[in-house]
Design a protein around this ligand. Structure first.
Ligand code: ZN
Length: 240
């Protein structure tokens, strides 16, 4: 069984399409999504439609909740706030109904998916340190947990101690558990503008972080033409 784990699409349908083409070419059996389907990008509706069409199991991100007023946006930066208000305007009731139906945590075979931390997932805390990872490892009941939220691919390994690494190939281990941040499809922030996601081959017990080229200029132009802050398109070019 081969899984693709995608996260933080952020209304970037150009990036999503490129990633799904790569996923299909890799012979993936099932795709799952770790949330933040909407927010920042110009095509939230198209992204929702694609996930629904392909029946992709999706958990909620903070931007998905923000788009339906389920989480406060006063802590959002001005661009995120503006993009959220724009997303609320363009999404239909049906889109919002789908967003409202997303749960915070899902379990599939031998792995768990959540947007941020397993510790109070409704608060969408970041896992950025070994201590953050420790809090989630305490609650993790499967060998692997896939997370997103920071838009930076990163791995935490819990054996008798917790370590972290940025390996692009991560082998499951009998003596410990893993938390794998799969990076972001639609707004990478690790200075690599390519779309990012993870492939998990269960038979091989191997996770691979993949990068995919997509038409960044096209996505940036759509952001500008939609009247969203131009900076949101600019950052796609540099991946920051
Ligand atoms: Zn995000």
């Amino acid at each position: 069984m081969k899984y693709a784990i995608i996260s933080d699409i952020h209304g970037n349908h150009d990036a999503l399409s490129a990633v799904l083409a790569d996923v299909d070419a890799a012979g993936v059996d099932r795709v799952v999504c770790l949330g933040d389907v909407v927010g920042y990008g110009a095509q939230p509706r198209e992204c929702i439609a694609t996930l629904r069409e392909r029946k992709i199991v999706t958990v909620a991100g903070n931007h998905d909740y923000a788009a339906i007023g389920k989480t406060p946006i006063n802590y959002f930066n001005p661009f995120a706030k503006e993009a959220t208000l724009w997303t609320r305007r363009v999404c239909t009731d049906e889109d919002k109904e789908w967003l409202r139906g997303l749960s915070l945590v899902e379990y599939l075979e031998d792995f768990t998916i959540v947007h941020g931390s397993l510790y109070a997932p409704e608060n969408f805390e970041y896992v950025l340190t070994r201590f953050d990872a420790y809090l989630s490892f305490q609650l993790l009941e499967t060998p692997v947990c896939f997370i997103g939220h920071s838009h930076v691919p990163m791995n935490y390994v819990c054996t008798d101690a917790i370590s972290d690494n940025e390996d692009l190939e991560i082998r499951l281990r009998a003596d410990g558990k893993l938390i794998v941040n799969v990076g972001s499809v639609g707004q990478p922030r690790d200075l690599n503008p390519q779309a990012c996601y993870a492939l998990y081959d269960r038979d091989e017990q191997l996770i691979r972080i993949r990068r995919v080229d997509y038409d960044v200029e096209c996505a940036a132009t759509k952001i500008r033409e939609a009247g969203l802050p131009v900076a949101l398109g600019e950052r796609l070019r540099t991946g920051h």
